[in-house]
Write a protein that binds this ligand. Structure first.
Ligand code: 0O2
Length: 237
């Protein structure tokens, strides 16, 4: 077993033990209702956000006769992942600090066919007056060293409850189909703990190369789409 796998397993064991620790169990016991309520609020924020993207997609199809969005995936982070992240980032285990510091509890992934649609959609979203931008991470302009590409926006969106309006943080990930395909495969490799380290590093190199090939394919496809649009416009004149 390689050292990385060993370390990963050791980390997992520590996490599992910490999930059973008195501190964690007390936290869950004392906060059951507020935790359920908070998770429900994140679900509501995701619903609001998903509606915004569906509206934009519908409007684009009416105005430009094309749908920029291929599909949308949503998720609320599991309690285990939240605790894992809180431990990794040394975030105190209480509701206020989790809500303040873990900004991707509510996540929406918008999959587009073309890279330029990603930026158009992001602009349209950020122009809406109920959305506040907290951070942009452009892993398309600056991919991660392993080859990961996506545009991440951390935003706040209001949800309207019976007696209050509450601002909720949502992580929006925008990527092309090719970027999504790549990220899903790479995610699988990341969570397979039993791959010998030598093979894992060969696969990582292979994945990096695939990321570059798929990025150039994205650009070529976009150019073809633009040429088709130009040619059909010229033919119509
Ligand atoms: P999951 O299962 O998607 O929840 P921050 O949130 O800014 O404090 P973080 O989490 O490092 O710090 O932010 P970053 O880098 O923007 O990553 C957030 C999410 O992006 C990850 O969530 C993944 O979904 C995705 N992501 C980032 N880097 C990679 C990568 O190299 N490969 C793949 N496949 N996905 C990536 P989680 O919490 O890791 O997981």
């Amino acid at each position: 077993m390689g050292i990385e796998n060993y370390m990963e397993q050791a980390r997992d064991q520590i996490l599992r033990k910490s999930l059973m620790s008195d501190e964690f169990l007390d936290f869950m016991r004392e906060n059951r209702l507020p935790l359920d309520t908070l998770m429900a609020h994140y679900h509501c924020a995701i619903m609001e956000m998903e509606t915004k993207f569906n509206v934009l997609n519908r409007q684009f199809s009416l105005q430009y006769d094309r749908n920029p969005i291929e599909s949308i995936k949503v998720r609320v982070k599991s309690m285990e992942s939240i605790i894992k992240k809180a431990r990794r980032k040394d975030i105190p285990l209480n509701l206020k600090s989790i809500e303040k510091n873990i900004r991707d509890i509510a996540g929406i992934r918008v999959i587009c066919s073309f890279q330029d649609d990603i930026y158009v959609l992001a602009d349209c979203l950020l122009r809406q007056d109920d959305i506040s931008l907290i951070e942009v991470k452009d892993y398309i302009k600056t991919p991660k060293p392993g080859g990961y590409r996506s545009l991440h926006l951390i935003v706040e969106i209001p949800i309207f409850l019976d007696t209050e309006k509450k601002q909720m943080k949502v992580e929006v990930q925008l990527r092309t189909i090719a970027m999504d395909f790549w990220a899903s495969l790479e995610h699988k490799l990341r969570y397979k703990k039993n791959i010998p380290s030598e093979e894992a590093s060969i696969l990582a190199k292979e994945l990096l190369e695939c990321a570059e090939i798929s990025s150039s394919l994205d650009m070529r496809m976009e150019k073809i789409r633009n040429r088709i649009a130009k040619a059909s416009l010229a033919a119509a004149e």
